[in-house]
Design a protein. Structure first.
Length: 137
């Protein structure tokens, strides 16, 4: 019992120290030494991106093409010229690309992003093939 007061004083000092440190850490002091930093900037929702793929050539001729969808997966299509599709995404970055080959003497591809043509290629000759690609950020 004689030394019980020593334990009481030690617990009291430790408790007061813990309360002081907690008060400092929860205060609005902008001091990196005690674990505070400025708040990160608020990031809103990314703007919507509209990606349009276009394959043109003599109307009605067959074309085989592959394009990257909004998930980055390749989609294979067999159809007739001309061909168009569009994708909508809110992703920050997106790889886009389209490859096409046709029996036509001339075929062209174009990628339009938010109404602005970003890549356009034309190929001519027997079994013409084109490739358009644009990294979107």
């Amino acid at each position: 019992m004689k030394s019980a007061w020593v334990y009481g004083v030690v617990f009291l000092v430790l408790g007061l120290t813990a309360m002081f440190i907690a008060r400092l850490r929860l205060s609005e002091i902008q001091d990196l030494a005690i674990g505070h930093s400025s708040r990160p900037p608020v990031v809103g929702r990314p703007i919507e991106k509209v990606v349009e793929y276009e394959i043109d050539g003599p109307s009605g001729l067959p074309v085989r093409l592959s394009y990257l969808d909004e998930q980055g997966n390749a989609k294979d299509v067999s159809t007739d010229l001309p061909w168009r599709t569009s994708l909508r995404t809110h992703k920050l970055t997106l790889a886009t690309g389209v490859v096409a080959q046709s029996e036509a003497d001339q075929v062209s591809c174009r990628i339009v992003i938010n109404g602005q043509a970003r890549d356009s290629q034309t190929s001519s000759g027997r079994f013409a093939a084109v490739n358009c690609a644009v990294p979107v950020s």
